[in-house]
Design a protein around this ligand. Sequence first.
Ligand code: CMP
Length: 422
Amino acid sequence: MIIYPRNTWEKIWQVIIVITTTFIGMLMPIELILRDSPGLIYDRISQLSFVIFALDILFIIRYCLQEHPNEVFEENISIRRYLKTWFIIDLLAVIPFDLLFTGSILSLLRLLKMIKVGHIMSDTYQKEVRSPYLWLIGFSVYWIVLTSHWLSCGWLGLGGIPNEPDFFTRYLRALYWSVTTLTTVGYGDITPATNWQIIYTMLVQIMGVGVYGYIIGNVAGVFSKRDPARTQYVENIEKLTALVRYRQLPSSLQSRIRDYYLYLWKKRLGYDETLFLEGLPENLQRDVALYLKNDIIEKIPLFHGVRSKFMHEIAMQMEPLVLIPGDYICKEGKIGHQMFFVIQGTLSVWVGDPPEQISTMQSGDFFGEIALFMNTPRTATVRAESYCDLYTLDSSAFGKVMAQYPKIAKQIERKAKLRQGL
Ligand code: CMP
């Protein structure tokens, strides 16, 4: 197991473990190939890694014995479980086989600690919400570089590059071989000569197909999932294209639909965040809704200075609505089931036959309250003059607000009466 970091020090500790293990993972195979006495730098790094890995075991035991009130998977942090599972890996990684038996294949056992690095990375990726895909790409690159390095060491170990005098050139050529084979390019300028080399090459080629698919899949996934609002926009436009092709939609209608989707996308409204909220427990829903709609609610003077409990309530009930220029949202004489808050845009109010404009509404205004408050049909027609962002409150939520918050009810009533000339 790994320490699931709760503070900066624990995070730094994880970074130290990743760096140390990476150094050991990079240098040990090279030392193995050279097979004479380990170099001084490697010797020092190996000694240091011994201390760090030993400390890691102590830290984990201490971590297991502490209380973890907020840990999501508390059962993962049991000392008995640790001793039965990860401890074995940690123990094998801490034994300096490479220093005890120079050149022995046993030293590869220390590389088991790499599993822990993988675990730390996947934990970081899972917990990262801001830019998980950047981390995913970073981690993929890390593993590809490391795998190429290991494979080139294996190739050197099998005598794949025999005729170069200095180690650096041999290593570079082996790395070139492993990268071209892994990426399934395989120019064929470095070819296997012995049976073992042929078997090794085939295995790396098969692995290469998997790695190639993995990279392509990851990169495609990253670009398609990075911006759900954009994905939604592209999907909508594709549907529009299909509709245009099969039903010969007039071009004015096409551009209106396209402009509407474009507006949703630019305003980041195309991705319906309320759908996501539905999957959360109610308390969490309320807090998220309030956070998302807070700046919007603040634009409505009616709600200034109200208690936060009310804000929570109202944030949950309000639904976003977008109007395009020319849309009618209320029709005089029709039954109304909602009232509206204007967040952005301009609307005009019309009465009579022939209709006569009596007023306009801007950001911060509300309308549609009379039908709900007085239980009458709509007293006027309201039309959007520009793109408008509104929030709606349906009659049952409106009723609740009226019953629980008489101060707001009074203000709405006053406005309704004023508008009716009462
Ligand atoms: P309602 O009757 O439900 O639907 C139409 C809305 O237009 C109405 O509620 C008011 O909110 C609004 N409205 C009606 N008359 C006026 C007016 N004179 N000035 C501004 N707004 C009005």
